[in-house]
Write a protein that binds this ligand. Sequence first.
Ligand code: NAD
Length: 472
Amino acid sequence: MQQHADQYIDGAWRPSLGDGVLEVVNPATEEVIATVPAGTAADVDAAVRAARAAARAWGATTREQRLVLLTRLCEELEAARTEIAGTISAELGSPISFATTVQAGLPITVARSYLPILAEYPFVEQVKNSTVLAEPAGVVGAITPWNYPLHQIVAKVVPALAAGCPVVLKPAEDTPLTARLFARAMHTAGFPVGVFNLVTGVGEVAGAALAEHPEVDLVSFTGSTAVGRAIAETAGRGIKRVALELGGKSANVVLPGADLARAVNVNLANVMANAGQTCSAWTRLLVHRDDYQEAVRLAVEAADKYVPGDPADPQTRLGPVVSAKQRERVRGYLRSAVEQGARIVVGGPEAPAGRSLGYYVRPTVLADVTPEMTVAQEEIFGPVLSILAYHDEEHALEIANGTVYGLAGGVWAADRETAVAFARRMDTGQVDINGGRYNPLAPFGGYKASGVGRELGRHGLAEYLQPKSLQF
Ligand code: NAD
């Protein structure tokens, strides 16, 4: 078992200032595989001071200097790809094939995507008699969740560094080992001391201390809406900028005449990926009432292909959820669905056959779900799809927009124009048209309670800049 007692602060691994410990549990075996320090407010303070001390010099580097270091970071991450995938598989339970291609591969792609963006970004603009400089926003506090441990870190830290901001990272309790590998890559890449700092710890202690710290200028948070609200309140009191990537309850809308079989199969793949622990997952499938029975049949057939299995096996497509707490949460939602009149057509709250050890949940499809049911309103974060019927396009739109969230979505139609016209009326930050491919350069973020701000691509870099106007 790995036992770590240090935090990465001011360019070195230093003993944590508290003696609390976080246990990292492998969700497939329920074994403790490592411990990391539960950082205190004093650790956070040391990290923020180091970042503050580095801020002016880092903010004054040229884009070329930052490009050299960020290129090295990409190389370090690439070199560690197998180790990162294995670590994420062990601490999150991600199937190793998914961990390799998506959990490790995607953030490397995202990190690399910032090289040309940084190379070309217009940091100076002329507006009549003003020269407008895009300056770094200052010290960034980044608080990340466990569901895509490296991606969430890279999506914040890389654009922040590209913008010239130093960062203090507080990763999720369940997945700190990936964050430590990222810190190692930053160290080996040779960033100046204090530019990147890592404090592992509990959200209510280390996370709260970071969000509150007066020397933090911008808090970028990804996680639950409840915690996001608390962070926004704290940041508001301190007049700090805040970026929030929160939950979702995204709708996949299949309009009459669309390729129903493809839409349902893609939806199942979307919702089963990462055991359903994806904030942008299409957790609500909306189909016309005339297509409903066929959609349910197709969904059951597709769900049967997702057999819960050992994450270490390259054939496994569905692993456990991250923790016992998360499994209980998912099971609770399934029970509430039945109580409120939904029908489990495949799956259910019981443990999958032969999987009594590990935090496994059966891939589940709920039929006869109506818009006001809890499972149609709240984020479940498990391998669960709810199928809802609509009677016409307006009704479909009302259901699609009828939650507090607005993060992602899908529309399928017989032609692109019909799908686009519908997508334009959806209150959500992203919509995939007829199964459009994921684009790591497209702005990602939410309408309504799904968040504030955008990550990825040029929009992600702009989050970490502030304008200064010089008049001539
Ligand atoms: P969470 O909100 O409990 O935790 C997220 C992070 O916030 C963790 O690092 C945690 O330690 C920290 N935290 C907790 N309480 C805190 C506090 N009081 N002050 C400061 N920091 C605190 O969420 P989670 O359970 O880790 O992740 C699941 C949730 O995150 C889901 O609701 C999911 O939708 C959401 N999520 C959203 C996105 C997105 O991009 N929109 C991505 C991933 C996850």
